[in-house]
Design a protein around this ligand. Structure first.
Ligand SMILES: Cc1cc2nc3c(=O)[nH]c(=O)nc-3n(C[C@H](O)[C@H](O)[C@H](O)COP(=O)(O)OP(=O)(O)OC[C@H]3O[C@@H](n4cnc5c(N)ncnc54)[C@H](O)[C@@H]3O)c2cc1C
Length: 477
């Protein structure tokens, strides 16, 4: 191992790799140090249930991986990345066996919504036409937007709660439930200010890019990123937990793909007490309870739309989803929680042995919960897919503790690197001119605990790398 690099990245999650690629493509010599035996952080695939059944342990549906202004420019197809696009981006089943489907085609989606058709077209049509003007600003730190008018138009729609937005635009309960399905990805109560923003961004993304996933598993996305990184001359050291920065080779910049609590534990960094105190007050959000199944057949959803969807949002009424997302923040869980389901094998035969299938799901739970919620999750899926339980060959369950064991960034099961409420959405980890820099001029934070937050888009890593380039290698910018 050389005794000096230009920059060292600690952690090989999608943001760590994005930062490393950005620096390496500028001609710097970089290395990634990863504590785990396999790279990728929360973007890995593993046989969690039975031999031959490939499950995404963390992230599973990667629209932001395709839409990311940084990742979409990389030649990842050259390194084996193939995107799978189910016909339906996401579906939302109702108790009578019918469902709504979100297609890439905006008009086809709106056509299902009866008297809400025009309102849906108006809401998402304008966001879709402005998307290429606002995506860079949405996926970055707060600053002066490139297109202030378009950004302000988005901001006015995104600021209310999901409940307010749904009530304002839509008349039918079912359309509101459909919108709640994507807004609830926020892991916030749907009455919280700005909870609408998640539904707007994710649904506009579905109409622009669909909700695809990598053939063979999310781990193949990590593999393609790393192949590209290595082709540029980058180095990766696995099984290398970083405890003290002084044990690492010398470098001008150290970029940490860690959340604040972990960063504060790293020895040898020169942080003042004010910064430490502010970082200690960083808030983590709800956790998740995650399940994977090996199945004898695809999930037998009553609705064909659900059978054709990669993602299925389960929650059978507005009240049910509202209650589910509110209870978590009172340290409780409702008996009929909102469930996020993903199915890959109906569209990607490489995921399971011939004729067999896999499924993936999680619910939001109180941070740090160790309760087994597998029964309520399977009951909810059974309501949308009678006979589901009979198809189960094996199951894997991960509570918040298991998830943090799998990836130490998942503090208390929080999958977004910290709470994404209005106080931390654009100003994470603390309010600061550059959220990526720290008081130690060599140390940067590049994880999802910086803007734009959770998701496999690599933009936290990209912006942190830009800041390090600006500070130490201005001549390369
Ligand atoms: C169950 C689950 C489902 C999800 N579903 C989706 C989804 O469908 N779509 C989506 O876009 N996003 C999803 N996400 C969120 C997404 O995975 C994360 O937002 C993303 O992985 C964040 O990337 P990151 O690089 O910031 O951190 P991580 O991916 O968490 O990577 C951090 C890395 O740092 C390493 N590390 C930690 N401490 C040290 C140390 N001291 N020394 C060296 N290395 C260290 C870790 O081992 C890890 O490899 C999901 C996450 C989970 C857990």
């Amino acid at each position: 191992m050389p005794s000096k690099y230009d920059a060292i990245i600690i952690g090989s999650g999608s943001n760590g790799i994005a930062a490393a690629i950005r620096l390496q493509e500028k001609g710097l010599q970089t290395a990634i140090f990863e504590q785990a035996a396999t790279p990728g952080g929360a973007t890995r695939t593993s046989e969690l249930t039975l031999p031959g059944f490939k499950h995404d342990v963390g992230s599973a549906i990667l629209p932001l991986g395709l839409a990311s202004p940084f990742f979409r420019k990389l030649p990842l197809a050259q390194y084996g990345l193939e995107w799978v696009h189910p016909e339906v981006a996401y579906a939302h089943p109702f108790e009578d066996g019918t469902a709504y489907a979100c297609y890439k085609d905006l008009a086809r989606t709106a056509a299902q919504l009866g008297e809400d058709e025009q309102a849906y077209l108006k809401l998402f049509g304008s966001l879709l036409s402005d998307w290429s003007k606002i995506d860079n600003d949405l996926l970055g730190p707060i600053g002066i937007p490139d297109h202030p008018l378009a950004f302000m138009k988005f901001g006015l729609k995104a600021m209310p709660s999901a409940q307010m937005l749904a009530n304002h635009y839509f008349k039918n309960e079912r359309t509101k439930v459909f919108f709640y399905g994507s807004a609830a990805h926020s892991t916030l109560p749907l009455t919280n200010i700005a909870s609408a923003s998640f539904g707007l961004v994710l649904t506009t993304g579905a109409h622009k890019y669909n909700w695809p996933f990598p053939k063979g598993g999310a781990g193949n996305f990590t593999a393609a990123l790393l192949e590209h990184y290595r082709s540029l001359g980058g180095e990766l050291f696995l099984n290398n937990p970083v405890i003290d920065v002084r044990d690492l080779p010398n470098a001008y910049a150290y970029l940490f793909d860690l959340t604040p609590r972990q960063l504060l534990r790293i020895k040898g960094l020169n942080f003042n007490s004010l910064y430490r105190n502010r970082m200690e007050n960083y808030k983590y959000g709800a956790g998740v309870f995650k399940m994977d199944w090996a199945l004898s057949e695809p999930i037998p959803f009553s609705s064909e739309k659900c059978r054709k969807a990669g993602t299925i949002h389960i929650g059978f009424s507005k009240e049910e989803i509202e209650e589910s997302e509110k209870e978590i923040h009172k340290n409780n869980i409702s008996g009929t929680p909102y469930v996020l389901v993903a199915q890959h094998s109906p569209f990607d035969i490489t995921r399971a042995p011939e004729g067999k299938h896999t499924a993936w799901a999680y619910i939001h739970v109180p941070n740090g919960s160790t309760i087994d919620y597998s029964g309520v999750i399977e009951n909810q899926i059974e309501r949308a897919a009678p006979g589901f339980k009979d198809t189960i060959l094996a199951r894997s369950k991960m509570n918040t503790f298991d998830l943090q064991e799998f990836d130490p960034n998942l503090i208390g099961g929080d999958i977004n690197g910290g709470k994404q409420d209005i106080t931390q959405l654009f100003t994470r980890p603390i309010v600061k001119l550059s959220p990526y820099s720290t008081p130690d001029p060599r140390a940067y934070i590049c994880s999802s605990s910086t803007p734009p937050g959770g998701g496999v888009h690599g933009m936290c890593g990209f912006h942190a790398a830009e800041k390090a380039l600006h500070d130490h290698f201005k001549e390369l910018m």
